[in-house]
Design a protein around this ligand. Structure first.
Ligand code: FAD
Length: 359
């Protein structure tokens, strides 16, 4: 069978695209992930930002309670290791179980979309469409064909690498560890540490877990991560212990609008496969939702000029990305960050701060 569209990847971007195209086009959705123990799961902080909440509202979706985890936290503690300043800032994230969130998004896909548990190993252009070579869990291979492709396969996108091999984007490796800690006061944190590179690190409390992660330049990422843990323990009293789980994956971080890979008339890239992610916070779920919506509108708008329509209609996304690109140097440059943090502007003075000051 030849599908109208093959969607590669069923993260927030791919599941959304499958849901929006179901019943309108014949759709094949390909993703290797399953609930089987040991199956790859996307490393993620699992924080649903206000932008992502707005995207869900635009889709008229409400979140089921079993996707949430304990506790919901209302501030982020920001650590600056260059100035040794610490400040709390109000945040409006929802704390999620990312695995359950992805599963819920897949459950919303109406019947009629064919799903394949497999990995797209190679994608080739043909006379009137694409062939996709898939590797199944047992190792068997099968080829599928489709008139159009949506590449929703995340930062290390096979679609981008096969069809747009010349495209260059700034890449980091995110390393994240899970520690079993029931005794610790729950908190989120965001850590700026120039010794660990020019990106950031974070910690999140989720049920009985304390999760610590960071995004680092690919060279020596693991040793830089370990050295940062040691600095946080020494300078700020972080307690890590033995990790129950260590996970890692690629993460993109655009430096300019030109680093977005939109695709072309036959193959559209959405979500992190295209490079849609906030360079200031690495928040990517809202971008996956919004780019999926725009790509589906472009696909349903007719067979010609799809690529142009997609690029044109991402105007709002590009504007938002431009805003994040302007904000990034202010946040990541130690001097303005120190001035902002020292001023206390928009920070929250917590009860424990007051206690430390003896008040
Ligand atoms: C450590 C870390 C923490 C993060 N924390 C947050 C956060 O708290 N909040 C937030 O908003 N964003 C966060 N992000 C960013 C966010 O996770 C991504 O931007 C978002 O998941 C992108 O969605 P997506 O659908 O484009 O891709 P993904 O969620 O990456 O999904 C890609 C899907 O494609 C599948 N796939 C991959 N390769 C293939 C292939 N060859 N064939 C078939 N399927 C394939 C994968 O199994 C996966 O299901 C974080 C990122 C990292 C790395």
């Amino acid at each position: 069978m030849r599908y109208d569209v093959a969607i590669i990847g069923a993260g927030p971007g791919g599941s959304t695209a499958a849901r929006l195209l179901a019943g309108k086009l014949s759709v094949l959705l390909i993703d290797p992930k399953s609930d089987a123990p040991g199956s790859f799961q996307k490393p993620c902080g699992g924080l649903l930002s206000p932008d992502a909440q707005r995207s869900l509202a635009r889709f008229d979706l409400t979140l089921p309670r079993d996707v949430l985890v304990d506790p919901q936290i209302f501030s982020v503690r920001t650590y600056d290791l260059s100035s040794m300043l610490v400040r709390d800032y109000q945040r409006f994230y929802l704390n999620l179980d990312r695995r359950r969130f992805d599963r819920w998004l897949m459950e919303l896909i109406p019947p009629g979309v064919d799903r394949l548990e497999g990995r797209a190993a190679a994608v080739r252009r043909e006379a009137d469409g694409f062939s996709i070579l898939c590797r199944m869990p047992g190792g068997a291979e099968q080829t599928f064909s489709a008139r159009r492709i949506i590449g929703a396969d995340g930062a290390h996108s096979a679609v981008r690498r096969c069809l747009f091999p010349g495209h260059r984007a700034r890449r980091y490796v995110a390393v994240q560890q899970w520690f079993e800690r029931e005794d610790q006061h729950p908190f989120y944190s965001c850590i700026f540490d120039p010794e660990a590179g020019d990106c950031c690190s974070w910690s999140i409390s989720k049920n009985r877990w304390f999760i610590f992660g960071g995004a680092f330049s690919p060279q020596d990422c693991r040793s830089v991560f370990e050295a940062q843990k040691e600095r946080l323990a020494r300078c700020f009293g972080f307690v890590f212990g033995t990790p129950a789980k260590t996970e890692a994956c690629e993460v993109l971080r655009p430096r300019r609008l030109g680093e977005i890979c939109y695709g072309d008339d036959g193959a559209l890239l959405i979500g992190e496969a295209a490079g849609w992610i906030s360079p200031s916070s690495l928040e990517g779920i809202s971008w996956a939702f919004d780019s999926a919506r725009v790509a589906c509108d472009a696909l349903l708008g007719g067979p010609s000029q799809t690529g142009n329509r997609y690029r044109k209609n991402t105007r709002r996304l590009r504007l938002r990305l431009a805003g994040k690109l302007l904000k990034t140097p202010v946040l990541y440059d130690p001097l303005p960050r120190r001035l902002i943090m020292r001023s206390g502007l928009r920070s929250i003075r917590t009860v424990s701060d007051a206690r430390q000051c003896g008040k």
